[in-house]
Write a protein that binds this ligand. Structure first.
Ligand SMILES: Nc1nc2c(ncn2[C@@H]2O[C@H](COP(=O)(O)OP(=O)(O)O[C@H]3O[C@H](CO)[C@@H](O)[C@H](O)[C@@H]3O)[C@@H](O)[C@H]2O)c(=O)[nH]1
Ligand SMILES: [Mg+2]
Length: 200
């Protein structure tokens, strides 16, 4: 890939053991008008989608909880039973689907809910210094009558489904019990929407 300011000159595969880690060498035109040669590593897991399920009548949300190894090795471990467990909005990789198809699939696999209409909230790069992934954010309503199966994930996944009062989820964000970026973004989005009649 080449633009007026950036020319990628080499792409070296460092690992494709699971997802793909590459080292890029590129020429970069600085603000001072000089070209430098630089290197950066980038981890490519494809793009993803995430969703907050909200029941407006009951004022509750559906979140998930699962073991996340990277958090376990970076402070999320008190040695107790919740070591490495992270509370998150339902999320998954697109796996060649468009974002809306992917989030419907993931919602059913992980939470069991077969949702009707989904609303797009935003798109965001979540870790732009090292991870290529762009995440597509959604919100959808569910009710006690929404069709559902057991959920819990596929293959080796062990995903707990949490139905929480929205106010409790907000309090857990403030107390540090919820520390996942995408989850905080969606909870804050819903909070702002309620507070300000922010357009959907
Ligand atoms: N064996 C093996 N499995 C892996 C590895 N890395 C990931 N997996 C598994 O691959 C599956 C991918 O599940 P998805 O539901 O598609 O993705 P996700 O891990 O939930 O990712 C979503 O959440 C991330 C964390 O917040 C997001 O970063 C990402 O965007 C995505 O939306 C998970 O079961 C995960 O454990 C690996 O190195 N080895
Ligand atoms: Mg997932």
């Amino acid at each position: 890939m080449t633009t007026e300011r950036v020319q990628i000159t080499e792409e070296k595969l460092l690992s494709d053991n699971w997802y793909v880690l590459k080292r890029f060498t590129f020429n970069y035109l600085g603000k001072n008008g000089k070209w430098t040669t630089q290197q950066r590593e980038a981890y490519d897991r494809g793009n993803g989608a995430t969703i907050l399920l909200y029941n407006p009548q009951a004022d509750t949300v559906i979140l998930t909880r699962q073991f996340r190894l990277p958090t376990f090795v970076n402070g999320n471990s008190d040695g107790g039973p919740s070591s490495g467990m992270l509370i998150e909005t339902c999320a998954g990789l697109l796996d060649n689907d468009d974002p809306e198809t992917a989030i419907r699939r993931e919602t059913e696999e992980e939470t069991g809910y077969r949702i009707q209409s989904v609303q797009k909230v935003m798109e965001a790069y979540m870790s732009p210094g090292s991870v290529t992934e762009k995440l597509f954010f959604y919100i959808a309503e569910y009710t006690a009558d929404t069709e559902r199966n057991a959920g819990g994930g596929i293959d080796e996944e062990e995903i707990d489904i949490l139905e929480l009062p929205f106010q409790q989820a907000l309090a857990m964000m403030k107390s540090g019990e919820i520390m996942d970026g995408k989850t905080i973004m969606l909870l804050q989005h819903l909070y702002l929407r309620q507070l300000t009649q922010f357009p959907n």
